[in-house]
Design a protein around this ligand. Structure first.
Ligand SMILES: [Zn+2]
Length: 103
């Protein structure tokens, strides 16, 4: 077994701390003007459809558990349906889906 080859992910305590910190940042981001603006626009990042505020959630393009951060470039508005579906797709597949929709 090769122990040197590790995926680029965070492990153990470091990971827990990272997620905790970024969740806190996400909470602050939710209060920001930037986020409220996004909700007003109401466009889901994945399916590009328009939704009312209560049908939208915050989503991390790169999940916190994979080392993603709560930054404006990693956080998107997403409808609940896409949020549920996302679990079954890799980001690449979702990109493809988005492209097909725009054709
Ligand atoms: Zn959607």
């Amino acid at each position: 077994m090769c122990y040197k080859k590790r995926p680029m992910e965070l492990f153990g305590e470091k990971k827990v701390l990272h997620i905790k910190r970024e969740r806190q940042k996400a909470r602050e981001l939710r209060k920001s003007r930037w986020w409220h603006q996004k909700l007003m626009e109401g466009i889901c990042y994945y399916c590009q459809e328009k939704f009312s505020k209560d049908k939208l959630t915050m989503d991390h393009k790169v999940p916190l558990s994979r080392g993603g951060r709560s930054t404006k470039s990693n956080v998107v508005v997403c409808c609940k349906e896409c949020n549920n579906q996302k679990k079954y797709f890799t980001p690449v597949e979702l990109e493809l889906k988005k492209l097909k929709k725009n054709l």
